[in-house]
Design a protein around this ligand. Structure first.
Ligand SMILES: O=C(O)[C@H]1O[C@H](OP(=O)(O)OP(=O)(O)OC[C@H]2O[C@@H](n3ccc(=O)[nH]c3=O)[C@H](O)[C@@H]2O)[C@H](O)[C@@H](O)[C@@H]1O
Length: 436
């Protein structure tokens, strides 16, 4: 072999290599051919296995590297299941919508689903019930939705076959896409979960939406975090959003660019909503107001971040009911998508709105309000804002949403937290059962 590889034996023109025909060489040739055939089979076999595995996993399974955030594979189908899907998505009011709400067992998803259902729209939920935070809270929200007549299909937004099946059964007029990997700080612990849900999942959803007929209009959750290191306040939709401070923010910003592409090529009507630190009853236990409440009640110390030189860290906390009104207004004003069969027939609507409260509150004030409402003094542990994605402040300019959606937040932090605390105490009991 080494002889054959000698520089003199390399043909000048490929394919014109003349072999010697001695018996010795013939024998070597046969054994080489046998080896080549054997290894070719092994190689082809490996390729086949790879494709088989990746094609079966792309439709219904999820990557195994999503540590700490276990996902179930979905099981669906059958006439009983289809009947439930249809019943849930059935429109009950004149000119009502049929809306697929992804992330329906999530905080915003639950509230939006209830509001849509109550006004007579058909609503079908989709959620993968991952364990990023206590799944029993998601199950409790699911039970609440069931009582309202909303069925949640258990599955992942990356499951193309499931999404197609849902669109086969129901001609959704709208998709409220809220399924995402949320949380700013967790992005350093589990970056791939953000790529999986906020990038791959969004693309999968848009791929399916662009190919169904008629295409739905899509409203989806972006984030105030896209403003990143922007220092111009209040944040306006026209401000730069190219300096994200966390991978989470980067995936949401990427989502906005992806939305532009699908709008441009396929005529999908797309509206991104930049939510500003949404809080309220049935909220997310990974958010500060929620775990501060839990830890104040437990007598545990709470870390309060401050910026360099004792600078204030503040958020434009926005109450859930105001956000729900913004979401419904976005759906109501969404124009139809213009494409069919994967081609657009004209320009389609592409929008981005800030949904904030317009009044940033320092985190230390948030804690003072909680202390008053809980009647417990917090053990404050003031510490430097860690460099793990948090920005120092957020502040929304909402004039665009006000003008075009009629969006007008009406709940201040004090009032909203009062409602949250009332819910928290009734849900977890006063310290007896507590959030994880
Ligand atoms: O508005 C948004 O776009 C984002 O709002 C929240 O992100 P964040 O504002 O960071 O909300 P929290 O994690 O609840 O933090 C609220 C405030 O408390 C501060 N904080 C947080 C944690 C902590 O231990 N101590 C502390 O002082 C944070 O720096 C921040 O100023 C959500 O978690 C994101 O999913 C959402 O996209």
């Amino acid at each position: 072999m080494s002889q054959m590889m000698h520089i003199d034996n390399i043909p000048s023109t490929p394919g014109k290599f003349k072999m010697e025909k001695s018996p010795y060489h013939r024998q070597r040739l046969y054994s080489s051919l046998a080896k080549l055939t054997f290894w070719s089979f092994v190689f082809i076999g490996l390729i086949f296995m790879f494709f088989f595995r990746s094609s079966s996993s792309s439709s219904s399974q999820v990557p195994s590297d999503l540590s700490r955030r276990s996902l179930r594979t979905s099981s669906y189908g059958g006439p009983v299941w289809e009947k439930r899907v249809k019943a849930s998505a059935k429109i009950r009011s004149r000119n009502g919508f049929s809306v697929l709400v992804t992330g329906a067992a999530g905080f915003v998803g639950t509230h939006v689903s209830v509001a849509l259902k109550r006004r007579g729209d058909g609503v079908l939920g989709l959620d993968n019930f991952n364990d990023y935070y206590d799944p029993s809270l998601k199950r409790a929200r699911q039970a609440l939705l069931e009582r309202t007549g909303v069925y949640i299909v258990e599955g992942d937004i990356n499951d193309v076959a499931l999404l197609k099946k849902l669109f086969d059964i129901v001609g959704f007029t709208h998709v409220m896409h809220l399924a995402a990997q949320a949380g700013v700080r967790y992005a350093m612990e589990n970056p791939s979960s953000y790529v999986h849900s906020n990038i791959a999942g969004l693309v999968t959803m848009l791929e399916v939406c662009k190919s169904v007929n008629p295409q739905p209009a899509i409203v989806w959750a972006s984030s105030s975090s896209v403003y990143g290191l922007n220092t111009k306040v209040p944040f306006s939709e026209r401000d730069r959003t190219d300096q994200p401070a966390s991978l989470y923010a980067a995936t949401k910003k990427a989502g906005e660019e992806i939305a532009h592409t699908y709008n441009h090529i396929y005529g999908l009507s797309l509206t991104g909503l930049r939510f500003f630190t949404v809080y309220g009853p049935w909220g997310r236990p990974d958010m500060a107001y929620f775990f501060f409440t839990r830890d104040i009640l437990k007598g545990k110390s709470i870390p309060i971040f401050e910026a360099p030189n004792h600078g204030t860290v503040a958020r434009d906390f926005t109450y859930i009911d105001d956000i729900v009104k913004g979401c419904l207004a976005a759906l109501d004003t969404a124009e139809k998508s213009t494409g069919s069969g994967g081609k657009k027939s004209g320009p389609a609507q592409l929008r981005v709105y800030n949904l904030g409260n317009t009044s940033p509150v320092p985190v230390s004030d948030l804690v003072s309000i909680l202390e008053r409402l809980l009647k417990v003094k917090a053990k404050r542990l003031v510490m430097k804002l860690p460099r793990n994605g948090d920005v120092q402040f957020t502040h929304a300019n909402i004039s665009l949403a006000q003008r075009e959606l009629g969006y007008k937040p009406t709940t201040d932090l004090q009032t909203g937290l009062k409602k949250f605390v009332r819910w928290y105490l009734s849900y977890y009991g006063n310290g007896k059962k507590s959030a994880q």
